[in-house]
Design a protein around this ligand. Structure first.
Ligand SMILES: Cc1cc2nc3c(=O)[nH]c(=O)nc-3n(C[C@H](O)[C@H](O)[C@H](O)COP(=O)(O)OP(=O)(O)OC[C@H]3O[C@@H](n4cnc5c(N)ncnc54)[C@H](O)[C@@H]3O)c2cc1C
Ligand code: SF4
Length: 333
């Protein structure tokens, strides 16, 4: 498949990039590693006049840690950089695990943390070639007025399937968004709309410059379930961060479930079941059951809703158990 025609702009600073976006935002797409956007271009899912290539901006890939302020990850840090960084491995193991589970090594060497957080929502009917899409009337996401996944649905239900997002939510992370008008910081938990056509609140003239993770006593794990573990997007991804109050009593816990729904879900009711109680098989079973009621999974072409619901329960139990046993070393599915 050939790329469509576009002009590429290579800014040298964030200010230059913001000035370009302010003028051309309606005809421009930001490109970082390009691992997702280039596929979208080839499939003619997006036909921008300009690409704004952030890779020409120095220092946007720095990773730094401070005991007081926590972790700062430049948007252009690759997923491999994040997965291998010794401080992230030690202090934020769920994030390191999540980054290490994205796709395959070639993609992790190119794909960035900013691109992962800003990743477009996905759907089996829409993420296809132009020819494939042309065989049926356009759905909501393609500018039409129907949905093939949720029959009778009034919006697009495509999924946020980015692996690092559930881990970032359980770590209480936020992102810095910069435009010509200034900058703002948005919690990752509040970044996603749940509407497939406009999946996040990043404005067309904004650039995600940094991911910020506070210093925390919570440590956790990320467990991903995918059909082909070496390359596929998650069918379900569960992240858990927790701290124990001596023994195995849960002092604090945060649970996030990704890839099941159009926006990631924070499982607050399951958290409430666990908080202040000693971990046991019975408690984990109860938390797993409660979590399945907090999530209404969208059907996947290879995974019925009931299967996804069951996997939420299974992965949640495994993730909390692993976080308890290993206090952050975690396990791989
Ligand atoms: C075969 C294959 C398998 C994959 N498997 C997985 C997987 O298992 N898990 C997973 O999470 N992802 C997966 N991906 C998707 C993708 O590779 C990763 O999500 C990657 O992190 C995207 O980062 P990137 O830098 O390449 O983003 P790009 O492709 O450059 O951009 C992605 C989107 O983010 C926007 N964007 C990028 N950077 C910024 C920024 N700084 N500010 C504002 N907007 C920005 C772009 O405009 C675009 O909309 C897969 C992709 C492929 C091709
Ligand atoms: S969820 Fe529905 S509207 Fe959205 S891309 Fe898929 S088929 Fe189209």
């Amino acid at each position: 498949m050939r790329l469509p025609k576009f002009e590429c702009f290579y800014p040298k600073t964030v200010d230059e990039a913001c000035a370009f976006l302010a003028e051309h935002k309606d005809q421009t797409r930001i490109i970082a590693g390009g691992t997702d956007l280039v596929v979208a271009l080839k499939q003619r899912r997006t036909l921008p006049q300009h690409l704004l290539n952030l890779k020409s901006i120095p220092d946007l890939s720095l990773i730094s840690y401070d005991q007081k302020t926590g972790l700062s990850i430049g948007a252009l840090a690759t997923l491999d950089d994040v997965a291998r960084n010794p401080e992230i491995k030690k202090l934020y193991p769920s994030l390191s695990q999540a980054a290490s589970r994205v796709a395959a090594p070639q993609i992790r060497n190119k794909g960035t943390i900013g691109g992962n957080v800003a990743l477009d929502s996905r759907c089996w009917y829409y993420n296809q070639s132009e020819f494939w899409r042309s065989t049926r009337p356009a759905c909501f996401k393609a500018g039409g007025d129907c949905c093939y996944v949720v029959k009778g649905g009034k919006q697009c239900y495509s999924l946020i399937s980015a692996d690092t997002v559930p881990a970032l939510i359980t770590l209480d992370a936020s992102v810095e968004l910069v435009s010509k008008a200034g900058s703002r910081v948005v919690a990752v938990e509040k970044l996603y709309t749940g509407i497939g056509q406009t999946p996040n609140v990043i404005k067309a003239d904004e650039i995600l410059t940094r991911v910020l993770v506070p210093a925390s006593s919570l440590k956790g794990v990320y467990i991903k379930h995918a059909y082909r573990g070496a390359i596929d997007f998650p069918l379900i991804g569960v992240a858990v961060s927790l701290s124990l109050n001596g023994g195995n009593t849960v002092e604090d816990v945060r649970i996030a479930i990704g890839a099941a729904t159009p926006a990631p879900v924070r499982a607050v009711k399951a958290e409430a079941v666990l908080k202040g109680k000693a971990l046991s098989d019975e408690l984990l079973a109860e938390a797993g059951q409660v979590a399945t009621k907090e999530v209404t999974p969208i059907v996947h072409i290879f995974a019925p809703v009931a299967y996804k619901r069951k996997m939420v329960e299974v992965l949640l139990k495994r993730a909390v158990g692993a976080a308890n046993r290993e206090q952050g070393i975690g396990s791989r599915e």
